[in-house]
Design a protein around this ligand. Structure first.
Ligand code: UDX
Length: 436
């Protein structure tokens, strides 16, 4: 199959590369000349484990190319995937900004030749694919095409594995011709019997929001339970095992922390709430999850403050990890963006380290943070350490060395990486989340 991917952001680049790995011929198009130049030179603009090797392999084998020339790429394509950004609108009302999607539709339209499926990969409000179809018909009434929705469920940091071994593939469409093309594109997954869930277009669009909202709710649920565990002296890790082993609940996404972040959950929960409100409904459980998530970050600030005897002023706090999760350099909506400035404002001295995210972090965090080369340098002279992101390299820290570097003994583990009892035995004043 000949596939054209519009947008070489996180989703477009991973998806395009993996389709090429499936054996299809993929052209990734982006307006950003710098980005295309970087990709043509074999450099990857984002950090995603394994992506560089796969891009290199497929470019060498001539199944993957990058260009700014949209017209030629669209003309030859069996399927054009749209993977452009759908950020929260600048109006601050939670709506997804569809400017890039509609622009892409307008630009694709005049160049369509022969039958083509236009597939929405971006997370878009219900009804967007039909609007895309309307725009294309307006611009090019003779175009022979169908629209489809094929949401992605990739986790950053594990995107390639998620793509190659998905739990399911959701395709929303209403024509057999489009279905045949999409089934052909995903055919390599048949071998491992990946279920393909075929729905109408609107259901596929909504499925993506519902999946993300459900996961956000699950995290906010366990975060609230963790706070209750803190108050009651119960242990949330054992509790999560106790409930998660029930197949109806499932053990994934039951890890408490400083609140969810990233490019999807915060934006998509808000967008979904707005979609519902437009239709006269309130998604009260989603609204509660969003509120709980905001409160969780504030409560983590209080937790740190309490551990420092009620005031962070003049204290040195070492942050291990800044990104919203490990194995990514993505800082979008990372809890660190809320937690660190709150402490900085009250006079704390902040030192920080992140294996991949420090360059991005500088764009999101205020001036005045001291960035260090490694965990130990970060902890030098610190009154307290805050383990913010569970990078593997923080999972087996040399705790004796860490304590030698530190001035204090406080260890606040916002990801519950360490065992409270062992940390206490080591001499740390330790706090996890829900692990009293
Ligand atoms: C998510 C969805 O998982 C993916 O299907 C969708 O396509 C995009 O959004 P991503 O944002 O990359 O993926 O990361 P994910 O692993 O889902 O984590 C999101 C946030 O939730 C992170 O901040 C993470 O730390 C937090 N989280 C996750 C928890 O706090 N506890 C958990 O148990 C799981």
């Amino acid at each position: 199959m000949k596939i054209t991917m519009i947008g070489t952001g996180y989703v477009g680049l991973v998806t395009g590369t993996c389709f090429a790995e499936f054996g299809h011929h993929v052209t990734c198009v982006d307006k950003d000349e710098e980005k295309i130049k970087t990709l043509l030179e074999g450099q990857i603009p984002i950090y995603e484990p394994g992506l560089d090797t796969l891009v290199l392999k497929n470019t060498r084998e001539k199944r993957l190319t990058f260009t700014t020339a949209l017209a030629d790429a669209v003309a030859v394509a069996d399927a054009v995937f749209m993977a452009v950004g759908t950020p929260s609108s600048r109006r601050g009302d939670g709506y997804a900004d569809l400017t890039y999607i509609f622009e892409a539709a307008r630009e694709i339209a005049p160049h369509l030749q022969g039958y083509t499926v236009i597939v929405d990969k971006s997370t878009v409000p219900v009804g967007t694919a039909r609007q895309v179809a309307r725009i294309i018909r307006e611009v090019n009434p003779a175009a022979d095409f169908d629209v489809a929705s094929n949401p992605e469920f990739l986790r950053e940091g594990a995107a390639i594995a998620d793509f190659m071994h998905p739990d399911r593939v959701v395709i929303g469409l209403e024509s057999l011709q489009a279905e045949n093309i999409l089934r052909e594109i995903y055919k390599p997954l048949y071998l491992q019997e990946t279920p393909i869930v075929k729905t109408d277009i609107e259901t596929a669009e909504l499925t993506k929001y519902a999946a993300n909202a459900f996961l956000a709710i699950k995290i906010s649920f366990i975060n609230e339970i963790a706070l209750l565990c803190d108050s009651l002296g119960a242990d949330v890790v054992s509790l999560a095992k106790g409930i998660g082993m029930d197949g109806r609940i499932g053990k994934k996404f039951l890890h408490p922390g400083p609140g969810y972040g990233g490019s999807c959950f915060p934006k998509d929960t808000l967008a979904m709430m707005r979609i519902a409100q437009e239709h006269g409904q309130n998604l009260r459980i989603v609204e509660a999850a969003v509120e709980v998530n905001a409160a969780q970050k504030a409560k983590m600030v209080k937790k740190i403050r309490d551990m420092l005897d009620g005031s962070e002023a003049g204290k040195t706090i070492a942050f291990l990890g800044l990104t919203f999760k490990p194995e990514t350099d993505d800082m979008r909506d990372a809890p660190a963006i809320t937690i660190i400035p709150a402490l900085l404002e009250k006079g704390a001295r902040i030192k920080a380290h992140d294996p991949q995210g420090m360059e991005e972090a500088r764009k999101y965090l205020p001036q005045g943070i001291e960035y260090a080369q490694d965990a130990y340098e970060t902890c030098k002279d610190a009154d307290a350490v805050v383990l913010m992101t569970e990078w593997n390299q923080y999972r087996a820290l040399d705790l004796d060395r860490l304590m030698e570097e530190m001035q204090g003994r406080i260890f606040i583990d916002l990801r519950n990486v360490y065992e409270p009892q062992k940390m206490k035995e080591k001499g740390f004043i330790y706090a996890g989340v829900g692990r009293s």
